[in-house]
Design a binder for this molecule. Structure first.
Ligand SMILES: Cc1cc2nc3c(=O)[nH]c(=O)nc-3n(C[C@H](O)[C@H](O)[C@H](O)COP(=O)(O)OP(=O)(O)OC[C@H]3O[C@@H](n4cnc5c(N)ncnc54)[C@H](O)[C@@H]3O)c2cc1C
Length: 494
């Protein structure tokens, strides 16, 4: 069987490895010059930067992928626990290090906001319970049909919907545990891990703090792009062929199923096509489906976008850790800007990640490589023009308020805008994570890994099930590959 994959993002690489490891011929068509998609890398002026993800969670997902590929030690990346996982700088000037070790974290929270440590322990237990109730159905399986969802073993979970907290928002769930407004802000932030709004997304997303604090947050030695290199090399060893600079223009169908794809006017036949390109883009721009069917996809609310500054900075600041968050003063207003007014936030929360803290060769001596990210609205007709204007000053001003004045020390700068994400990767409206989880039923609205109405077409990546973020897109690659392989088995049985 020949499987063609559109896109060499992390989801596409995972799908390619799974299909090739099962013995199939796999060809990947990627419009960019190399693999990685949003997880790319820039090397300039002696600095090295990741342009996308910086923190890896759920390491066992990667471990499973390596096992499927029979990866050697030399082929695997090294994962380093990050401690503190993040340094939080609040608008009132206070600072909290979120230690990786839970007992140390509880002690820090006790000193920071007396009494709230007990709340934190209960919160993490609650977060863990949601994970245990939901991960099997919503993460590790394809949610492909109702029959599967209603399997006897899932019924207890569906009956326990109140326990997975689908009827409150992330913020309401968090606020029911913590009195301290700073800790509320800290735990509300996890909704942004899949590009959602904590004041609208269901509290089921409060699963994420469990994933980060109890399953661990990791740095990939060499930077996240080392993971892309690792998976690309493994796929190559398994016989996957990569066509870079190969922009897929459409899918070809015949007798009611997908027969292949078209790139640079040339037809490439396939028994199955897995699209790792954004699911909404795939269904509205590549798939030959009716306008009515397209509307269903166009209505899905994208996740937020992001604006990235890659700054080469002179000097080393002791007040910063590897991962840092500088919170805005009014979080609710920030999300009103991003998701309701759909405009750049007036007072942004600023994320700064510095990989030269772990890998000193990522910056010249006496310098650091700052990856600086602020959340932005997804692109609309009216916000394209002003999307980034003024943001550089707002970010520098936020840092200055925390006593971090770097403006004169920026010796290198490059920028990744929401429009870059759209143009380079066909990310729907520049979204970082695909589809937002702001609706209570978002998990059910998300495009599935198998498109039943167009046999032969499968989806993986952040806008498909189970969602965005590095471990989830690798899972989506596996789920899409599983669907391809299961359908092939069914066909061969006649
Ligand atoms: C700034 C930023 C920070 C992030 N931080 C984190 C983080 O810390 N932790 C985390 O877990 N996640 C993070 N993420 C999210 C994570 O990077 C993404 O969820 C993940 O990398 C997306 O992978 P994907 O498989 O969906 O594919 P993508 O990376 O979207 O790749 C899709 C590929 O398809 C290609 N393509 C599209 N259309 C075509 C076509 N017509 N023909 C051929 N090829 C095509 C694109 O060029 C691209 O290479 C971040 C993302 C960004 C942008």
């Amino acid at each position: 069987m020949t499987v063609r994959i559109i896109g060499a993002g992390l989801g596409g690489l995972s799908a390619a490895i799974h299909c090739a490891a099962a013995g199939h011929e796999v060809v990947v068509h990627e419009r960019g010059p190399g693999p990685g998609g949003k997880a790319s890398e820039v090397q300039e002026s002696g600095f090295r930067f990741d342009t996308g993800p910086s923190l890896l969670t759920m390491p066992f997902v990667l471990e499973q992928l390596y096992e499927v590929a029979d990866a050697t030690q030399a082929e695997r990346v090294e994962l380093l626990p990050v401690d503190p996982i993040c340094r939080y700088h609040f608008a009132d000037g206070s600072v909290l290090d979120a230690a990786a070790d839970e007992e140390a974290l509880l002690a820090q929270v006790r000193a920071f906001a007396p009494g709230e440590d007990e709340a934190l322990r209960r919160f993490l237990d609650y977060s863990q319970r949601i994970y245990e109730l939901t991960s099997d159905i919503f993460l590790f399986n394809s949610l492909s049909d109702l029959k599967k969802l209603l399997r006897l073993r899932n019924v207890p979970t569906l009956l326990r919907l109140p326990q997975i907290d689908a009827f409150r928002t992330v913020h309401e769930g968090v606020a029911s545990f913590f009195h301290d407004t700073r800790l509320r802000q800290l735990f509300d932030r996890y909704a942004t891990y899949n590009g959602s709004n904590p004041y609208r997304a269901p509290a089921t997303l409060n699963i994420i703090p469990y994933v980060e604090y109890r399953l661990g947050g990791f740095y990939v030695r060499g930077g996240m792009y080392a993971l892309v290199r690792s998976l690309h090399a493994i796929a190559g060893r398994l016989g996957v062929r990569f066509h870079f600079d190969s922009d897929v223009e459409g899918l070809e169908t015949g007798d009611g199923r997908v027969r292949g794809l078209r790139a640079a006017g040339v037809f490439h036949p396939a028994d199955a096509v897995i699209s790792n390109a954004d699911a909404v883009y795939t269904m509205t721009q590549l798939a030959p489906i009716s306008d009515r069917a397209k509307q269903k996809y166009e209505k899905l609310e994208p996740s937020c976008s992001g604006l990235v500054f890659l700054w080469g900075v002179r000097g080393v600041r002791d007040t910063l850790a590897h991962h840092n968050i500088f919170f805005s003063e009014n979080y609710r207003e920030e999300f009103e800007d991003i998701f309701t007014r759909l405009r750049a936030p007036e007072d942004p929360t600023v994320y700064v990640s510095i990989t030269s803290r772990a890998d000193s060769d990522h910056a010249p001596a006496g310098h650091e490589n700052w990856f600086v990210l602020v959340n932005m609205p997804y692109l609309t007709e009216s916000n394209r023009e002003d999307s980034i204007r003024g943001m550089r000053d707002r970010i520098l001003e936020r840092l200055r308020r925390a006593g971090v004045d770097i403006e004169e020390d920026i010796v290198h700068e490059s920028v990744v805008t929401p429009e870059d994400l759209e143009k380079r990767y066909n990310a729907n409206r520049g979204s970082i994570y695909g589809i937002s989880s702001n609706a209570r039923n978002a998990a059910f609205l998300r495009p599935r890994n198998r498109i039943r109405s167009l046999p032969g077409l499968y989806l993986c990546g952040g806008a498909a099930h189970p969602g965005g973020g590095v471990p989830l897109v690798m899972l989506s690659g596996r789920l899409a590959a599983d669907a391809v392989l299961a359908d092939a088995r069914d066909r061969s049985r006649g």
